[in-house]
Design a protein around this ligand. Structure first.
Ligand code: FAD
Length: 343
């Protein structure tokens, strides 16, 4: 155990953005791939379950964790090559996502600016194929390196192997459960084109008088919209969107629109319609409501918040009530976005 010094009985609340009380039997913070292997050996010897943690911004602890939490701190960012169309930039899993977006812009390799200010680490970004303001990670993804903890091998996975979907990937399925992302390589376009048609971003740019946005204008617009619309986890514990936007059949969307002409929905390539979960929750009357010390954010119904001292179970109980009510009122089932641990 040369590099790794696991800490017993560690407080997890400050390591998550929701900030609910939870402890880990052990916590390790490996800074190198070798230290990461040591962490898994430590858990294996003691027959402990393991949990990989990045920035803790997409997790709800419903109870303490009885095993080893491994908080990845692998660092490093570099351009490793290029193709005719793209700069290939490799970033280690423990790098902070938003700082990485800023760094790529500063290097003159734009392409991630629509995904600015998403909390968390680079290694977690592929887990749910993060997306925001008209872009998903998969569009800038070249490959990733992952440690297969079942065999000890390091695998290189391309986009197809990662099986990205809407807030989904291989890593959320049983086949991908033993994989730990070590680093990701981005393909950042040499011929950059603004992605500015998402309504909030377009309005922000128009208000700033920007007609032909440069990458930095888009970055600033996204940051400003997010600061205005989403609660800052440093002030009010949350995990961002608590539910995915549900995709329903076109017929169901049409029937709903007859009852609710103002229904917010976006037609999908497969013929379905993606409904705005926030609109459904708001229309069901949940915005600003509380249950114990958990609440629905007053400005954004899709975000559940820790009003101070909430337990994970309280937040999850509120989520269950919302789901049941939305299903009853609209016949639409909401799927939870963050991952529940324990309970
Ligand atoms: C205010 C706010 C706004 C948000 N906005 C968005 C948004 O716009 N779009 C969006 O998509 N998400 C958003 N999120 C959710 C969240 O920030 C992202 O999902 C982010 O990628 C999670 O990163 P993390 O490092 O915090 O992951 P964590 O919460 O630490 O982990 C999430 C999951 O990934 C696993 N994991 C973490 N690192 C690795 C790794 N290296 N290898 C394998 N598994 C790993 C964990 O075990 C866990 O299952 C938001 C969250 C907040 C709090």
């Amino acid at each position: 155990m040369a590099e790794l010094q696991p800490i017993p009985d560690a407080d997890l609340a400050p390591l998550t953005t929701l900030g609910v009380a939870a402890r880990a039997a052990w916590l390790a913070t490996p800074e190198t791939p070798d230290a990461l292997r040591e962490a898994f050996a430590f858990a294996h010897e003691r027959r402990l379950p393991t949990l990989v943690l990045g920035g803790g911004s997409n997790l709800v602890f419903a109870s303490d964790f009885p095993g080893l939490v491994i908080r990845l701190a692998l660092r490093g960012r570099e351009k490793i090559g290029e193709t005719a169309d793209a700069h290939l930039v490799r970033v280690a899993a423990g790098e902070v996502w938003h700082e990485t977006v800023e760094w790529t812009l500063a290097q003159g390799w734009p392409g991630l600016e629509n995904l600015a200010l998403i909390p968390g680490c680079v290694g977690a970004a592929p887990i749910q194929n993060i997306g925001a303001y008209g872009m998903e990670l998969t569009e800038r993804f070249a490959s990733l390196e992952a440690l297969d903890t079942r065999t000890g091998q390091v695998l290189v996975l391309d986009r197809e192997a990662c099986r990205f979907g809407y807030r989904d990937s291989l890593f959320k399925r049983p086949e991908g459960a033993g994989l730990v992302v070590l680093a990701m390589t981005f393909a950042l376009p040499k011929r950059w084109m603004a992605r500015a048609n998402y309504r909030d971003v377009a309005e922000e740019l128009a208000a700033a008088g920007v007609a032909e946005p440069a990458p930095r204008n888009i970055f600033d617009a996204v940051v400003s919209v997010r600061r205005r619309k989403l609660p800052d986890p440093a002030e009010l514990g949350n995990v961002g969107s608590f539910f995915k936007n549900p995709v329903v059949a076109a017929e169901q969307a049409a029937t709903l629109r007859e009852r609710f002409p103002e229904l917010v929905g976006y037609p999908q390539a497969d013929g379905g319609v993606k409904l705005a979960a926030g609109w459904l929750i708001d229309r069901a009357g949940w915005k600003g409501r509380t249950l114990g010390r958990a609440g629905v954010h007053a400005r954004q119904a899709l975000v559940l918040v820790n009003l101070g001292g909430a337990t994970g179970s309280e937040v999850l109980a509120l989520a269950r009530q919302i789901r049941a009510d939305v299903e009853q009122k609209f016949g639409v089932l909401l799927e939870q976005e963050p991952i529940t641990i324990g309970g």
